[in-house]
Design a protein around this ligand. Structure first.
Ligand code: HEC
Ligand code: HEC
Length: 137
């Protein structure tokens, strides 16, 4: 009987602690941004890293590929498309890859490999690499 009481009390205080520490961080993260619909669980630093990952994975080099001056705006259609792929990537992780231990197993880079539109065969990748090299000459 006593044991049950202790366990119950420990669980209660743990729940309170988690709520206490988790809550301020989340509201802080949310209030910084105006139009974040998918990445709602990220801190500002994590969001920044994620944006850098997008930019590198797609090989676009600049934030302006997706963003107009106001980063909260959805005026640039690439941003709207990117959000769709973001949802897909999260879904892939949470459904098909949920048993894979490594959390970042599937990222934008998994498909994009530095291209805005990923090559879908070795031939296409080689063809594009050849073109790129020729353009540079
Ligand atoms: C491939 C497209 C893409 C690129 C490139 C990109 N972003 Fe984003 N960004 C998005 C999407 C999509 C969202 C919205 C995510 C959501 O709804 O969860 C977003 C949201 C943001 C937000 C939140 C704005 C708000 O208040 O709602 C900031 C800030 C931001 N991006 C900064 C950057 C910076 C800085 C870079 C360059 C390093 C960058 N982004 C590059 C697609 C992109
Ligand atoms: C499962 C593979 C896969 C993953 C993962 C993936 N993409 Fe894509 N993405 C594609 C393919 C394939 C296309 C090209 C579709 C087409 O030809 O129209 C594409 C196209 C895009 C485009 C449109 C490019 C353009 O020219 O407008 C954007 C933006 C984009 N992806 C963003 C992302 C972002 C951001 C992520 C990570 C959050 C991501 N994608 C993850 C496969 C993927």
């Amino acid at each position: 009987m006593l044991n049950h009481k202790i366990v119950f009390m420990v669980v209660c205080s743990l729940v309170t602690m988690v709520a206490f520490f988790a809550w301020p961080e989340k509201t802080q993260g949310d209030s910084q941004f105006k139009n974040v619909q998918v990445l709602t669980d990220l801190s500002p630093d994590q969001l920044e890293d994620m944006m850098a990952m997008f930019t590198e994975s797609l090989g676009v080099g600049k934030c302006t590929f997706c963003h107009v001056k106001d980063k909260a705006s959805d005026e640039n259609e690439h941003k709207v498309i990117a959000r769709k792929y973001l949802k897909m990537t999260r879904e892939l992780r949470e459904t098909y890859f949920k048993d894979v231990e490594e959390k970042d197993k599937v990222t934008c880079y998994t498909c994009h490999r530095g291209e805005v539109k990923p090559s879908n065969s070795i031939e296409q990748a080689e063809e594009r690499a050849k073109k790129k090299a020729e353009e540079k000459q």
